[in-house]
Design a binder for this molecule. Sequence first.
Ligand code: M6R
Length: 604
Amino acid sequence: MCGIVGYTGKRAAMPIILEGLKKLEYRGYDSAGISTLHHNELTHVKALGKLIALEEQLAQEPLAGSIGIGHTRWATHGKPSVPNAHPHVVGTTAIVHNGIIENYKSLRTELEAHGSQFLSETDTETVAHLLHVHRRETLLETLFAILPMIRGAYSIAAIDTRDPHTLVCVKQESPLVIGLGKNENFVASDIPALLAHTRDFIFLEDGDVAAITPESVSIYHHGQPVERPIKTVSWSPSAAEKGGYKHFMLKEIHEQPRALRDTLRGKFDGKTLQLSDLALTPQEVASIRRIQLVACGTSWHAGLVGKYYLEQIARIPVEVDIASEYRYRTKVVDSSTLVVPITQSGETADTLAALKDAKREGAKVITVCNVVDSSIVRESHGVLYTNAGPEIGVASTKAFTTQLAALYLLALFIAQEQKRLDSAAIAEHIAQLEALPAVIETVLEREEEYKNFAHTFHDYPNFLFLGRSFNFPIALEGALKLKEISYIHAEGYASGEMKHGPIALIDAQMPVVVVATASAVYDKLVSNVEEVAARDGIVVALVNDADTSWGKKAHTVFRVPEVPEMLSPIVNAVPMQFIAYYVADFKGCDVDQPRNLAKSVTVE
Ligand code: M6R
């Protein structure tokens, strides 16, 4: 999730690009850079950290020229650093890129074997070298020539001294829009970057390549010229930043199919699952006898699901600890213990302290994290990135579902390395994982049902969430989501535990959200719900499409497509997010920045 801005016209490119990048800083902010073309020469400036650092540097060394490209980075391949910042310049071409080039490792090996010298650790630089090595008469022709060589999700913008007024770009499963001006045109990964200059946009489709000059925009698909409609956007700048959604949280809920695809991307080559950033030798994986998952809040809930995954798939005993508890208890850890901190931000103080303790005791530590080169990643021996992109809303949504996918991958990887699963079995699991984004898209299409529900229920003072087995943590997560953004008291419980206390709370004023999708304990969960109904509780059931048995038992029934039970938490989390979001919104709460909370809790 990086930000791209490009300009070609008559005005000075640098200030336009810089202002555009500022509007995209929410997409990534660990480094930034701009390249412009002037008098047939490419120049660039890059800086580490937020855009202000680039701005300060550009004030010292301004870039001349009326064509250029810029980038604000959210690191995926290679830590935040100046060499890894974009643009990447090779020969006569400069490029910026958003997304992931899946096959960059093999391309890089090949390019290096033929003499290309790389300056960064990024996947992007591979494309820059390909453009150089395979250059044709024009940049556009070169791009056509190299596109069949690269695999992945990407949007790329490039400029070249041989074609000094043309910006070339390509979009493949990563956003890119063209902004239309008078004697000038623009390109950006998102609309807010260009709203100060135009309201007329062309939304490129996957596979589109465009050549943009100040006077023209030519779009090609499979090498053939195509027409794309011009759309006029009426969004306010702040709505545009949120992609037209009312809140970042809602935008991030909707981003989950993309985030999951990015988390799974490039890990499985059809035979072997490769998690190279774990940096574990085959011997180290073979020697894992115990796993401790350590995290806070929503990430802890991901750990609770992860325990089921690791124990069922990899057959290794797992403990799940709240980091603030772990750090003060006696840790029984040795070199056969794998400690896995789970953290969206990579900055949570309790999780960081727990990690340091575990390392001191001799454990191997690999972190599941969303932020490249964050403090916790730097302290860990290895990492498994979630690739959800920046999460701005305080309530964690896409980070959670991608953490679940990452933990599933980790379980498969250990099972593969410890020879518990063969390649065919792994392939089957991966296919099931890869089917999830489309399932979640179906759930997102049913958003209105949750809004209607929230309209009726947002004034209730208490909620109970119930689940069992893999979906017990989803009940906990549903309750946490609701309480943190709507300030409604909510509890999550394992439904079998109801009779040991919480059942006393049930009356006609208590909505009870039950996660009742297909599972090995479905019948038992249904009996628990009967106990709720018998005490006049308001049953709100989340069931599968084919389950028609809830008409009489439940006040409200939400439906999701059926997926394998182990993967159902990833789907079932989405309705919990919608319930919390719409209840909070109807109550008029500050959804993205709830009271008393911070996105990263960097103090104990
Ligand atoms: O960045 P982390 O994943 O380490 O953050 C942990 C918790 O602070 C976080 O999940 C918190 O509970 C969220 N607000 C939940 O939505």
